[in-house]
Design a protein around this ligand. Structure first.
Ligand SMILES: [Zn+2]
Length: 144
């Protein structure tokens, strides 16, 4: 049974035991959105990266991102949802400054009412704890 649960666990292992990017999730739990900026060449990454794709440096700093953006594109999933998810599920690319961030959009009663350019705000979702019982958070937005 444990093997089955782990095999179907759709969420990353977010704790410091598993990723050097654990601070991203810790701040998400506080309702903050951050990403990495290379300390060597100042490239801002999305998603957060432990090394720079431009200069290969592994020195980075956390930078705060806005908590509100606009829907750049979206799609709706009606079927094939993982166990425990209610449909329909909305996925969007959200414009935040120069970044384009893929995330779930929650709190949408009727996806047909969503529009490109609509304002959304950060609304992290607590998901199933990791196998050691540590809380985990999923990046999500909701209509502003
Ligand atoms: Zn760099």
């Amino acid at each position: 049974m444990t093997t089955y649960v782990r095999a179907t666990d759709p969420f990353p292992l977010e704790s410091a035991d598993h990723t050097k990017l654990h601070e991203f999730y810790a701040r998400l739990a506080e309702g903050r959105l951050v990403t990495t900026r290379c300390s060597s060449c100042a490239t801002t990454a999305w998603p957060p990266r432990g090394f720079c794709g431009e200069c290969a440096s592994d020195a980075f700093a956390w930078v705060e991102l806005p908590r509100e953006g606009a829907i750049h594109a979206f799609t709706v999933q009606d079927t094939g949802l993982p166990p425990g998810f209610d449909g329909p599920r909305v996925f969007a690319i959200v414009k935040l400054d120069a970044l384009r961030i893929f995330a779930v959009v929650t709190g949408v009663a009727d996806p047909a009412t969503l529009q490109i350019g609509q304002r959304v705000r950060l609304a992290p979702v607590r998901v199933r704890d990791d196998p050691k019982g540590q809380p985990r958070w999923l990046l999500a937005f909701t209509p502003a």
